[in-house]
Design a protein around this ligand. Structure first.
Ligand code: SF4
Ligand code: SF4
Length: 749
């Protein structure tokens, strides 16, 4: 028995012709793979500019590596929720890495002559790859079960993906057979470290050594051809997402906060500079290189679709299919050379076009019809939601085809509430909202195609600066309150930005009055803008009316700059997000140090923590509905909860979908102002979720959410059962200890 554990590399095939042939095949595989990858890079390079390559500091660069390690190598988002699919992905991923590592060690030892594949290291790598290979097979079995035995909605996209799964299993099985036959013939003394290979060797006990060697040789070449085919076809199979998603995760971090809409800059300047200015995403040629990369990074996992309130309520929108339809469109055009110029030799370009068309698109459920592709007739594999089955129109017809209108049904884009649930769950860092709002911008600005339900609101914003009524009525909510109305030159600590809904809507005015009551009780220096305040512009921007938004933003910035303040407090998360994250795209709110923009729950939390206000105990139980633009848009989940927890005795019962997973109320993305009457009501679903907690009170921190949840309570006839909806400011105001009043337990001492 040799003293140093190892094995003969290339046992039974170590002849010069065999090695030369193997490397020749490997070179061909690498050439095909490299040309496919480079062609894809050429496609991305054909996209418009994007700021993702701007890294302002070494710290930012470190964060990007952190993103890649956390979600790429670390698979953090893939592991959540911990489901059979997550287990399968992790098993395949880890097993694949282990097998790749073991193969690389063989190469380093044999071809580079570095004697590394020996001793304890050899034994550790052998046992690890042997066992983790089983994990790959098990993981593929779970994927196959989901693909073929679960309902059609889980069987995403292409049959080539099924072949790819099969080839992974085949490669592992081939490896075990090779190992077993080698052990059978050589009597490998270290075979115990290859338990699966040893088991295969035992199965081969009746084979003569010469028959086993022949079988080994045939299997070895079969294995080599399978591996090289997998390498060569990498850009045309699901495995390509390993490269594209890693690149996308590294580039995911944007200088722009998540809640902010992507801006092409000052629209008036753009119109002056360019003779034919283009706004938003009209055709695939308008997508940035980063957006084209995102399309390729999609693994079709369906997490975004499962989280999407529009999809779940039967509207014609699946964020997954928006990505996949656009990707198929881009790749079909790329395959026929309609987009993306090339510096590659003609032969490689053709090969890439053929493989792309034949393998990737030809097996995507797409059927050629004239000059474009359509999904096969029943389309059931596309989604459970029937409206989504019909959302794709013509794929890959022309590079000038309008994405919203000719490639995808425009209603798809209008159905989005911009809740960012898709962005939150996507394990590979895709920003669906950017693409959706970009298409809205094209429809609104380039073609004037807006849902008629939204037009009245936009007209009102343009004419009156608010969606409700006479600007002179804006301050009526404050009737009877002694409230400083700020004018140019005034100085306060807190500027309270009321927002249109809380200023005009009788029910939501109670939020504003409650907040004023609290700020007065805390003795804060604050004021409001009164009739000078206009809409923040959030609905205009989310409806694609970028021009209108920008003029409103500039007007408000000018107004805010005329007053001196340390904080802007907004009780509407949409105003909060717009002023905090979007106004800086157009100007500063002050010269020098910038004021802080805070949501009212952040102020309430602070006032309670500093005991500037005190509240009575309460034995109430309530559930909290996270506003999307406070939570996912700005990462603020704790301030509302901490505020509520300051009320002693008050119990928060969390909904199953809360915090990052919180479901939208259905009002975002301009939907508060346009009722598209498609599918089920989102607020009804959310109200059912709230009621499932057993709490009779739903608290929230947004006037839109409050409206939608109250509407949901009415729709589900829960009013009679005593259900009520309150803003957190109302909850705190109702429990506020005022004047000399003391809480009961204080009085006992
Ligand atoms: S933002 Fe929300 S509504 Fe829009 S696609 Fe994403 S999950 Fe669906
Ligand atoms: S969550 Fe991301 S990777 Fe998964 S289907 Fe949606 S877009 Fe694709």
């Amino acid at each position: 028995m040799p003293s140093t554990p190892s094995r003969e590399i290339l046992w039974n095939v170590n002849s010069l012709p065999a090695v030369v042939t193997m490397y020749a095949l490997f070179a061909v595989a690498l050439l095909v793979a490299a040309s496919g990858v480079l062609r894809r890079v050429e496609l991305y390079c054909s996209g418009r500019a994007d700021d993702r390559l701007t890294v302002p500091s070494p710290g930012e660069l470190l964060k990007r590596w952190g993103d890649l390690f956390e979600n790429g190598l670390g698979q953090r988002k893939v592991a959540r929720p911990f489901s059979p699919a997550a287990v399968a992905h992790i098993l395949v991923y880890i097993g694949f890495l282990a097998l790749l590592f073991a193969t690389s060690m063989v190469f380093v030892d044999h071809d580079l002559g570095i004697e590394i594949y020996r001793g304890h290291f050899y034994l550790a790598v052998t046992v690890m790859s042997d066992l983790l290979g089983l994990g790959v097979i098990f993981g593929c079995a779970i994927f196959a079960q989901r693909r073929y035995l679960r309902p059609v909605d889980m069987a995403h996209t292409r049959s080539i993906d099924g072949w790819f799964l099969g080839s992974l299993v085949l490669m592992c099985v081939q490896g075990y057979v090779l190992e077993g036959l080698r052990i059978h013939v050589t009597g490998d003394p270290w075979a115990i470290y290859s338990p699966v290979g040893l088991a295969v060797a035992k199965l081969a006990w009746g084979l003569s050594p010469s028959a086993a060697k022949l079988l080994h040789l045939v299997t070895w070449w079969f294995h080599a051809v399978t591996v090289f085919a997998a390498i060569g076809l990498l850009p045309y199979t699901k495995l390509f997402h390993v490269l594209a998603s890693s690149a996308n995760l590294f580039l995911e971090r944007s200088l722009r906060p998540r809640g902010a809409v992507r801006s092409d800059g000052d629209i008036m300047g753009l119109m002056e500079r360019e003779s034919e200015p283009r706004f938003g995403l009209s055709t695939i040629k308008d997508y940035t290189w980063k957006q084209l990369l995102e399309l390729d990074a999609c693994t079709s996992c369906g997490r975004c679709q499962d989280a999407c309130p529009a999809y779940r309520s039967g509207k014609p929108l699946s964020p997954k299919w928006v990505v996949l339809d656009t990707r198929n469109h881009a790749l079909a055009l790329h395959a026929k050379g309609a987009i993306g110029s090339s510096h590659m030799p003609e032969a490689l370009r053709r090969l890439d076009g053929t493989l792309l068309g034949g393998l990737l698109l030809g097996r995507s459920g797409l059927t050629p019809q004239g000059d474009h592709l359509v999904y096969e007739q029943d389309g059931t594999f596309r989604a459970k939601n029937e409206a989504v089955q019909k959302a794709a129109l013509q794929i890959g017809g022309s590079a000038d085809a309008l994405i919203a209108g000719e490639v995808i049904n425009p209603e798809t884009f209008w159905s989005c509430t911009t809740c960012m649930a898709c962005v939150e769950v996507c394990p590979v860092g895709i920003n669906h909202v950017d693409q959706i709002v970009g298409n809205r911008q094209s429809m609104a600005l380039m073609r004037g195609e807006l849902p008629h339900e939204a037009q009245a609101t936009l007209r009102a914003l343009e004419n009156r600066g608010n969606p409700y009524g006479d600007p002179a009525d804006r301050i009526k909510w404050a009737h009877g309150l002694e409230l400083p109305i700020l004018k140019a030159g005034d100085k306060v600590d807190y500027l309270y930005w009321v927002g249109c809904v809380s200023a005009y809507d009788a029910r939501k005015q109670k939020i504003a009055r409650s907040l004023v009551q609290i700020m007065q009780a805390a003795g804060l220096s604050f004021g409001v803008l009164g009739v000078a305040e206009g809409c923040s512009g959030d609905p205009a921007r989310r409806l694609g009316e970028e021009n209108l938004f920008q003029s409103m933003a500039k007007q408000n910035i000018e107004l805010l700059r005329s007053i001196s303040f340390k904080y802007v407090v907004a009780n509407c998360p949409h105003c909060f997000n717009t002023i905090k994250n979007e106004y800086p795209q157009f100007g500063n709110l002050a010269d020098g140090a910038q004021p802080q923009i805070i949501h009212h729950t952040m102020l309430l939390k602070e006032l309670l923590a500093e005991q500037k206000i005190r509240v009575k105990d309460s034995q109430q139980a309530l559930t909290f509905h996270d506003p999307c633009y406070l939570g996912r848009g700005n990462g603020e989940y704790d301030a509302p909860r901490d505020t509520l927890r300051s009320v002693k005795g008050l119990r928060i019962i969390e909904m199953e979908e809360s915090r990052e997973k919180g479901m939208c109320c259905g009002a975002g993305g301009g939907h508060f102002w346009m009722d598209l009457k498609n599918g089920e009501r989102i607020n009804k679903i959310r109200t059912d979720q709230a009621a499932a907690t057993g709490a009779k009170m739903i608290a929230t921190g947004c006037p839109f959410c409050l409206h939608m949840m109250e509407d949901g309570v009415k729709l589900t006839q829960r009013e009679e059962q005593g259900f009520e909806v309150r803003d957190i400011a109302e909850v705190i105001a109702a429990n506020l200890i005022t004047g000399e009043e003391e809480p009961a337990e204080h009085g006992q001492h």
